[in-house]
Write a protein that binds this ligand. Sequence first.
Ligand code: HPA
Length: 272
Amino acid sequence: MEYMDLVRKAAGYITSKIEKVPDTAVVLGSGLGFFTDLLQERCEIPYQEIPGFPVSTAPGHAGKLIYGKIGEKDVICMSGRFHFYEGYSMNEVSFYVRAFKVLGIKNLIITNAAGGINRCFTPGDLMIITDHIKFFDDSPLRGENISELGPRFNDMSEAYDKGLIEKAKSVAANQGTDVKEGVYAFMPGPSYETPAEIRALGILGADAVGMSSVPEVITASHSGLKVLGISCITNQAAGISKEKLTEEEVFETAEKVGEKFSALIAEVITEI
Ligand code: HPA
């Protein structure tokens, strides 16, 4: 089957299961599933049912699409995402973004857990992503361009929408939630980075590091979706603190800030 036929099939399947196509989709990072508790009139679609969707194998990622309402606004939510380190190509990792584009989604709110490189950050901080760094091989756009979605060489100078960044900052200020801003560096994982890699990334201008989101942001940018990216700083990156990095620390911190993180996202959704 042609790739775009599969994308359309996925979008068609999702449409058949939901009441109304929302303007906004949310992608929940590791341990950030709390947000879905805020959704009213929920309907869940397991990824296995959706044509073309891979199955998420990462711990802390539920593997279902959840549709529901926040106040008057409809929203669709990826509870569990796909990662490059799971063995998927970047194209497979971001298949859902194209399905969302065909579905009619306009805004993509991408969240993740990330290690803090900026020494002013402490675990539990939220960081609005202003830009990213990705130096690794593979791109979700590698291969034949899908010109009905976007151009061969797409501009990435405003991959993270300035209007959405301002909106998130003003919502956070109204809620009394402190938010940082910064550059997210993509690393392929699944090992956490070495202290030398983190020092190098810091010199290159990164404030935080993680193993997700960037393939999807590239795909979203290509097809003209507006992106808001927010990282939960779950730990200090390797070598910044003396502690060793553990998955448990990442989940524990993400869970601790789940409530304020979710409140921020929920309010942004109602205001866009
Ligand atoms: N490095 C990479 N990915 C991560 C980290 C980290 O320190 N913390 C959470 N996700």
